[in-house]
Design a binder for this molecule. Structure first.
Ligand code: HEM
Length: 93
């Protein structure tokens, strides 16, 4: 729970900074694009584009991408260690 709270705090800080430096003609990333979509959908009462959804969607991408990617890299390293012949260097006899 402590880690989750810290992650959400980090994302909220990022959102604040993105708002302060947003250039509508040049969105830099997911948060910029989402901020512009919130603005675009302002008059649409049923819109799901609002700040809390943006924070949670960003957290989703973080969580979905973190453990998967680090586990994949760890497996890759293990296979490289176990199969040094595929590393390009000629085996020494
Ligand atoms: C090697 C790295 C990754 C692996 C092995 C992986 C694996 C998967 C798998 C198996 C699913 C489907 C789960 C299901 O529907 O049952 C999935 C969905 C998803 N992954 Fe990844 N993923 C990886 C990296 C990432 C990264 C870097 C991100 C975000 C930046 C991400 C975001 C998502 C999201 C948002 C979904 C849900 C998509 C949807 O159903 O609309 N994943 N991933």
């Amino acid at each position: 729970m402590r880690n989750a709270t810290e992650l959400l705090g980090f994302i909220r800080d990022e959102v604040k900074e993105h708002k302060e430096t947003l250039d509508p003609d040049s969105p830099r990333d997911f948060i910029d694009a989402y901020l512009l979509e919130i603005e675009k959908q302002k008059s649409n009462e049923g819109s799901t584009f609002h700040e809390e959804n943006m924070v949670m969607s960003t957290a989703d991408l973080f969580l979905a991408g973190t453990d998967t990617t680090s586990t994949t890299i760890r497996w890759g390293l293990i296979f490289l260690i176990q199969n040094p012949d595929v590393q390009g260097a000629k085996a020494k006899h």
